[in-house]
Write a protein that binds this ligand. Structure first.
Ligand SMILES: *Cc1c(COP(=O)(O)O)cnc(C)c1O
Length: 502
């Protein structure tokens, strides 16, 4: 019996049946007519007996993957308030557009003159992303938010080097930041200077002033921040960092709270990334493809990662313009093979075109309304570190006096029994027992009400029958996993391999 490894208290858990256990020798997916041409031998080195692949019918395969898909929670199944990740519904229209053969089968090595439609789409998307952020230009290269951050920090570094200031090696990061911010800084070879937040969840301005100097390359800050609140002093923060010669990077993962309302460029930011898969709806999670374009102001325009799309020859009434790929003058270079994750660019284009300016503004209005509606309804039920209006998400605490032994994780696991995906747990790090809740704009009032009533019910259960929470989830195919062990001993294969293999 082969086993799918899902560690529970260190022991592998069988999750049957695996496709490797299905089928029998000689069974095939399709039956072809007898060949009417001579048989040829395949090169021997292409055939490996050791692979031990199952011999299965088409129906076996369909059932296997359908069953697997049912083990998972997805936005298409239910509420998914995973804070910071913006698990909004992805309109099916995006998928139709990304599958149009002209986009889906275009080859990255095709001559640009033969894929002018694809280039026109990329050019327009660059323009839209620049406009939405109040920036001057954008590059679609980065393959994720984290890679956008990396490109942004390399641009900031390149800018200082070009200005003859190699001593600027420090990046200021608030303690509420997403882990990718300090990781990016370290990967770019710069030093992280962490500064604390004050009691309201804002950056502590005095602490910020104290670390600013001529060794500062810049600051990375998320707006609204990861505590779900809009930095009350954002203009001052930007001015302080600019005042000491640094540049300011905005982590744009939370743009869902600002579309059509506020522009980072107008707040003074020099560079930011978008998470197209969050704000502009592409299915994500489970490590699937991402897209993290960067947008910049005049200062950083020459340093953008490339190639970017530009107009090579202006068009007129009769002829459309000719688009081509160009490398910005002082570009930090490529950060991704070919032209970015193109399918996601099509989805984002489709989403923005579908909504238009008014629609994008409405997205944010409803995202912020939903978050505040849920927040106010849960006030007094779960402790909240800040009593102020939030952006598109808010933090509460999964631990309260009346239920001593209950922690955020227990509440999250119990939510699964009710068919709801847990919120983000234990992030942001500076709030103990944090539950970061983001309903998103695509949920109805009824869906939010249902979530609120389940959260209230769980709060009561926590006091009256805590074992229900401790033992949750009750119906999931996998119960509690040992997160620490799973992270430390990553098992990337779904089969137990014989010793020494894999
Ligand atoms: C998601 C997220 C990131 C990282 O984005 P990826 O696309 O997952 O690489 C960075 N910062 C914040 C605040 C985020 O929520």
């Amino acid at each position: 019996m082969t086993e799918l490894i899902l560690q529970k208290n260190g022991a592998p858990q069988p999750l049957e049946p695996l496709i490797y256990d299905l089928g029998s020798p000689g069974r095939v997916g399709i039956t072809l007519p007898a060949p009417d041409v001579p048989l040829a031998d395949l090169p021997a080195d292409l055939l490996r007996d050791s692979l031990d692949l199952p011999e299965v019918s088409e129906l076996d395969v369909v059932r296997h993957f359908t069953r697997l898909s049912q083990l998972n929670h997805g936005i298409d199944i239910g509420f998914y308030p995973l804070g910071s990740c913006t698990m909004k519904y992805n309109p099916r229209l995006n998928e139709d557009m990304a599958r149009l053969p002209g986009f889906a089968v275009a080859h990255p090595l095709q001559d640009p003159t033969t894929v002018q439609g694809a280039l026109a789409l990329m050019y327009q998307l660059q323009e839209w992303l620049a406009e939405i952020s109040g920036m001057t230009g954008a590059s679609l290269q980065p393959a994720a938010g984290a890679q956008g951050e990396f490109a942004g920090i390399l641009m900031i570094r390149a800018y200082h080097l070009a200005n003859g200031e190699p001593q600027r090696t420090k990046i200021i990061v608030p303690d509420s930041a997403h882990g990718t911010n300090p990781a990016t800084t370290a990967m770019a070879g710069l030093q992280v200077v962490e500064i604390p937040s004050d009691a309201n969840g804002d950056v502590d301005l005095d602490k910020l002033r104290a670390v600013c100097g001529d060794d500062v390359a810049g600051m990375m800050i998320t707006v609204p921040n990861t505590l779900g609140v809009f930095e009350a002093n954002i203009k001052e923060i930007v001015d302080i960092v600019h005042g000491c010669g640094g540049l300011v990077y905005m982590d744009g993962a939370n743009m869902n709270a600002m579309l059509g309302i506020a522009k980072p460029g107008e707040m003074g930011f020099d560079v930011m990334h978008y998470n197209l898969h969050k704000t502009f709806s592409t299915p994500h999670g489970g490590g699937g493809p991402g897209s993290g374009p960067v947008a910049v102001n005049e200062k950083l325009l020459p340093f953008l990662p490339g190639p970017i799309v530009d107009i090579i020859e202006e068009g007129d009434d009769e002829t459309p313009p000719l688009y081509g790929f160009v490398m910005p003058e002082q570009s930090i270079g490529r950060v991704k093979a070919f032209w970015g994750n193109f399918g996601m660019l099509v989805r984002a284009f489709s989403y923005i075109a579908l909504h238009g300016a008014q629609g994008l503004r409405a997205v944010t209005d409803h995202a912020v309304l939903n978050a505040n509606y849920v927040r106010v309804a849960l006030k007094g039920v779960y402790p909240m570190p800040f009593d102020r209006i939030c952006g598109h998400e808010f933090v509460c605490m999964g631990h309260f006096d009346e239920a001593e032994g209950i922690h955020a994780l227990d509440i999250s696991k119990r939510l699964m029994d009710y068919g709801i995906h847990p919120p983000t747990n234990y992030f942001p790090l500076i709030v103990p027992e944090a539950l970061l809740i983001e309903p998103t704009e695509t949920e109805s009032k009824e869906a939010c009400d249902h979530f609120i009533s389940v959260m209230k019910k769980i709060a009561t259960e926590a006091v009256e029958s805590p074992e229900l929470l401790h033992e949750a989830p009750h119906n999931a195919p996998v119960k509690r996993v040992d997160d620490v062990l799973a992270a430390k001993q990553l098992v990337l294969c779904c089969r137990v391999l014989p010793e020494g293999e894999g």
